[in-house]
Design a protein around this ligand. Structure first.
Ligand code: HEC
Length: 330
C-alpha cells in the first residue's frame, strides 16, 4: 500500500502532503475528511467535519491499477495539485461548443501512477451508476483528454436526449472531455470516451479483466483487430460470454451465436440497425470512422472467432443479469 507514496524523485513538498492525504483516504473514508481538512488549514474551515467528509467522498476520484487501489483524491486536493484550465470543446450530447473547468488527464495520471501508466493497455472508467466504459491507453496518449469538474457560469449538467426526451443530466463529480475543436479524429468519434458522473479510473489489461471476451490466441489477426474495435464501440452495451455491458443482448449465447449468422445481415445490422428496426436502441457504427469498412470486417471476424468459445455461457443467467440501464456516454 505504501508503494505509491514513493513518488519519483523531485516531488515537491506540497505534493508529498497530497499523497499522505490520499493514503489515509484509501485507508478509511472518514479519515479523509480529517486529513484533508488539516491539509487545508489555511482555509476557512467553517463546515463541520461530517459535512466535509460527505462532500469529500462525493467529489473524490478513485484510482486503481489491476484492481489494487492506488489513491482516492478529493476534488479540493486535485485542484491544489494541478492547474485547472477553462477549455472549450464540442460537447457531443448538446452538440455545440461548451466551456468546462478541467484538469489535464495525462498529468494527473503521471502523478498518481507515475508515467508507467503509459505502458498499460486500457483505462477503465467507473461511473456512479455502475456504467464502465474503457478506452485504450493509446487514445489518451494520442489525444488530449481532460477531467472536467465544473461548467463556468452554469450548473455542472448537460442537456441530453434520454428515453426520447431532453433532460438535464448531472455530470458530477467528474466528466471526461476531449479537445475536439482542433482534433478531427476525436470529433468524428462523437461521444465515444466521454463518461460522466465519473468516480474511478483503473488501469486494466483486457485479458485479465475480460478473459472470456478475449479471442483465443489462435484466432486470425483480423479477429484480434476486431476485438480492439469491439472494446471501443460495442462492449459498453453488449456482453460476450457474459462479460461486458448489459444494455444490449449477449452476442454469443449458445444456440444464438451472432457470429454464425448470415454475414450480409450482420454487416448491415452493425452498419446501421435502423435499416431493419426503425426504433432500434442500438446506434449505427459511427459514420465518421476512418477505415469504417475495414472495422466492419474486423468486427465480424471477431464475432465469428468467438462463436466456438461459449461452452460455459448459460443464456438464462445472462438474461437474469441483464438489467435495464440508460445508455450512457463513453
Ligand atoms: C448503446 C448501446 C449499444 C451499442 C453501443 C451497440 N449495441 Fe448492439 N444492440 C443494442 C441493443 C439494445 C440491441 C437489441 C436491438 C435494439 O433494441 O436495437 C442490440 C442488438 C445487436 C445485435 C443483434 C443481436 C441479436 O441477437 O439479434 C448485434 C449483432 C449487435 N447488437 C452487435 C453490435 C456491435 C458489433 C456493436 C459495436 C459496433 C454494437 N452492437 C453496439 C445496443 C447496443
Amino acid at each position: 500500500m505504501a508503494r505509491w507514496i514513493r513518488t519519483s524523485g523531485g516531488a515537491r513538498f506540497a505534493l508529498t502532503l497530497l499523497w499522505v492525504v490520499a493514503a489515509s483516504a484509501t485507508a478509511c473514508a472518514e479519515e479523509t475528511a480529517v486529513s484533508s481538512a488539516s491539509a487545508r488549514a489555511g482555509e476557512d474551515v467553517a463546515a463541520p467535519a461530517t459535512a466535509r467528509a460527505e462532500e469529500d467522498v462525493a467529489t473524490s476520484l478513485r484510482f486503481a491499477r489491476h484492481g489494487e487501489p492506488v489513491a482516492t483524491l478529493p476534488l479540493v486536493d486535485l485542484r491544489q495539485a494541478f492547474v485547472a484550465e477553462t477549455l472549450t470543446v464540442h460537447e457531443p450530447y448538446e452538440d455545440r461548443e461548451v466551456a468546462f473547468r478541467a484538469l489535464p488527464l495525462a498529468a494527473v495520471l503521471d502523478r498518481v501512477f507515475t508515467p508507467s501508466w503509459r505502458e498499460e493497455e486500457e483505462l477503465l472508467f467507473t461511473c456512479r451508476d455502475g456504467y464502465q466504459p474503457t478506452i485504450p491507453v493509446q487514445r489518451a496518449l494520442d489525444h488530449d483528454a481532460w477531467i472536467a469538474f465544473a461548467r463556468p457560469g452554469a450548473n455542472f449538467t448537460i442537456d441530453k436526449l434520454e428515453s426520447g426526451r431532453r433532460q438535464q443530466v448531472s455530470l458530477a463529480p467528474f466528466y471526461l472531455v476531449w479537445e475536439n475543436l482542433e482534433d478531427d479524429v476525436v470529433r468524428a468519434e462523437g461521444d465515444y470516451g466521454w463518461p460522466y458522473q465519473l468516480v474511478g479510473i483503473d488501469l486494466v489489461r483486457a485479458g485479465d479483466r475480460f478473459p472470456k471476451m478475449t479471442p483465443p490466441a489462435s484466432a486470425p489477426p483480423l479477429a484480434h483487430e476486431g476485438y480492439t474495435a469491439f472494446r471501443m464501440y460495442c462492449t459498453r452495451c453488449h456482453p460476450v460470454n457474459g462479460e461486458g455491458g448489459s444494455i444490449g443482448p449477449e452476442l454469443n449465447a449458445p444456440g444464438r451465436e451472432v457470429g454464425v449468422r448470415d454475414e450480409a445481415w450482420l454487416r448491415r445490422w452493425i452498419d446501421d440497425p435502423s435499416q431493419f428496426a426503425p426504433n432500434a436502441r442500438m446506434p449505427a457504427l459511427d459514420r465518421g470512422l476512418p477505415d469504417r469498412a475495414q472495422t466492419l470486417d474486423a468486427l465480424i471476424a471477431y464475432l465469428r472467432a468467438m462463436a466456438g468459445t461459449n461452452a460455459t455461457t448459460d443464456p438464462r443467467t445472462e438474461d437474469a443479469k441483464g438489467q435495464a440501464r440508460t445508455p450512457h456516454g463513453g
